[in-house]
Design a protein around this ligand. Structure first.
Ligand SMILES: CC(C)(COP(=O)(O)OP(=O)(O)OC[C@H]1O[C@@H](n2cnc3c(N)ncnc32)[C@H](O)[C@@H]1OP(=O)(O)O)[C@@H](O)C(=O)NCCC(=O)NCCS
Length: 425
């Protein structure tokens, strides 16, 4: 069977798709390298042409934007809600039940991790699954989290892993799943969403909560030797001023005072949350694991995926800092992200910048994403400044009612690079 999601990924799938559309069959290619050579010309001529784009657009969006195509009706679906306490058992069933053979709504690794989320209660919903004719056709993941305002802590649910199988898209299933999420009567938030998801959320009444800015250092357009040279130049000038040591988890001493600031609303990441992420990653490196379900869109396996936690200062220091970074390689692109950071003395942020740059040099990374708290450090070097651009990401929200804690936060909240599930993937 042709997976339409793969259509955009390789000329082989495109050719396979087109040949099936023409009611002809071809045998599947035995060797991808050979096939890439064989269809290289095809790729240049067809896939880079406007014809390919129009086919691809048609697959992405069977209707014209904003107007329902004539004859396209909402498909009847049954939606099932899975609670945190049932998530692992449900994921085990997904791996075995043919109803999920084409579309798996979760995988065991992710379910096991989410079931021990320190912000989640056993009764919280973790997943909404849509079925049509007894088969899973889409899902909307929910990640319980916290919001801190001047009035204290309250609960939110992050919308994550939103997916409808390609052949069922544009038939209202996404909208049904979002409506179902609204009916749970919790404060909903979403970040890092695709254009299609943003459209579906906005159509359901979601509005802007705020925009998060970060700084992206990029050498991705440079060939390997130039990347190496850039890192050699930058790292050659770095001077260590504080002792930094890798740790498996962040200690409570290192993070003393982590969440003191309550003046500005934010989605707090307490030490327990960070340590949960460090000990229960739901994405792993390829040598460590194989996918546990065949048809899960939000793959849990990368060529490289690693969290690294560090504490700044010696173990006897009264006030220490701590930070976490992630290293990812996907489709040949290596990226370092500086995630959570706690620095009682703002000067310590430079320690995190130095470690991130050195790790990027070791891995010859294509990009590093820095939080804005490192702007001072980045602006201290002309080369770093020149290779770094400001990037922003949107966060959408849907307060459960006009009085809810989330309702008053739009435009006032301090957003973070680790909000929602961003740090996990
Ligand atoms: C996002 C997604 C789940 C939407 O599912 P869907 O069943 O096609 O959505 P619906 O048919 O209910 O459409 C809901 C609204 O979304 C919008 N929409 C859906 N697909 C769209 C697309 N490809 N481009 C632009 N808008 C789109 C439409 O505005 C529609 O509103 P309308 O009724 O006014 O036309 C689906 O496109 C998908 O699985 N995409 C790939 C995975 C992905 O990007 N997930 C998001 C991760 S954050």
């Amino acid at each position: 069977m042709v997976n339409l999601d793969d259509f955009g990924k390789s000329p082989t799938s495109a050719l396979h798709f087109i040949s099936l559309s023409l009611r002809r069959t071809i045998s599947p290619p035995p060797d991808t390298r050979l096939v890439r050579l064989e269809f290289g010309t095809f790729y240049k001529v067809v896939c880079k042409s406007t014809i390919y784009e129009s086919i691809n657009l048609k697959h992405e969006r069977p209707q014209t934007q904003g107007v329902k195509a004539v004859g396209v009706t909402e498909l009847p679906v049954r939606i099932e809600g899975i609670r945190i306490r049932d998530l692992v058992a449900f994921a085990r069933n997904v791996a075995a039940d043919p109803a999920y053979a084409d579309t798996s709504p979760t995988c065991l690794l992710r379910a096991a991790s989410q079931s021990v989320n320190p912000h989640a209660a056993p009764d919280d919903f973790a997943l909404l699954v849509a079925y049509h004719a007894g088969r899973c056709v889409g899902y909307q993941g929910l990640l319980p989290g916290a919001l801190r305002t001047a009035d204290g802590l309250s609960k939110v649910s992050w919308l994550i892993t939103f997916y409808v199988a390609p052949v069922f898209r544009g038939r209202g299933i996404g909208a049904r799943l979002v409506r179902e999420a609204l009916s749970l009567n919790v404060d909903l938030v979403a970040t890092g969403v695709t254009r299609a998801a943003e459209k579906a959320y906005r159509a359901a009444g979601f509005r802007d909560l705020g925009e998060l800015a970060c700084r992206r250092f990029s050498v991705e357009s440079y060939p390997r030797p130039v990347r190496w040279l850039v890192y050699a130049l930058i790292c050659g000038r770095l001077r260590d001023r504080w002792p930094v040591r890798p740790v498996a988890c962040i200690s409570t001493e290192a993070a003393r005072g982590w969440e003191c600031n309550t003046a500005v609303p934010r989605f707090p990441r307490c030490v327990a949350t960070v340590n949960w992420m460090l000990t229960h990653p739901w994405v792993v490196s390829r040598p460590d694991a194989a996918p546990d379900v065949p048809a899960y869109y939000f793959s849990s396996v990368r060529d490289l995926f690693r969290f690294e936690a560090y504490e700044v200062g010696s173990a006897t220091d009264e006030s220490r800092g701590a930070f976490v970074l992630s290293a990812t390689r996907r489709k040949g692109r290596t990226q370092i992200k500086l995630l959570d950071g706690f620095f009682p003395d703002p000067a310590l942020t430079a320690a995190a910048g130095i470690v991130a740059l050195r790790r990027a040099r070791d891995l010859l990374a294509h990009r590093i994403e820095f939080p804005l708290s490192l702007e001072g450090f980045l602006n201290g070097s002309r080369l770093l400044r020149r290779l770094t651009r400001r990037k922003s990401r949107l966060t959408l929200c849907h307060p459960r009612d006009p009085e809810s804690p989330l309702a008053g936060c739009a435009g006032k909240i301090r957003l973070d690079y680790c909000d929602g599930d961003s740090a996990f993937t």
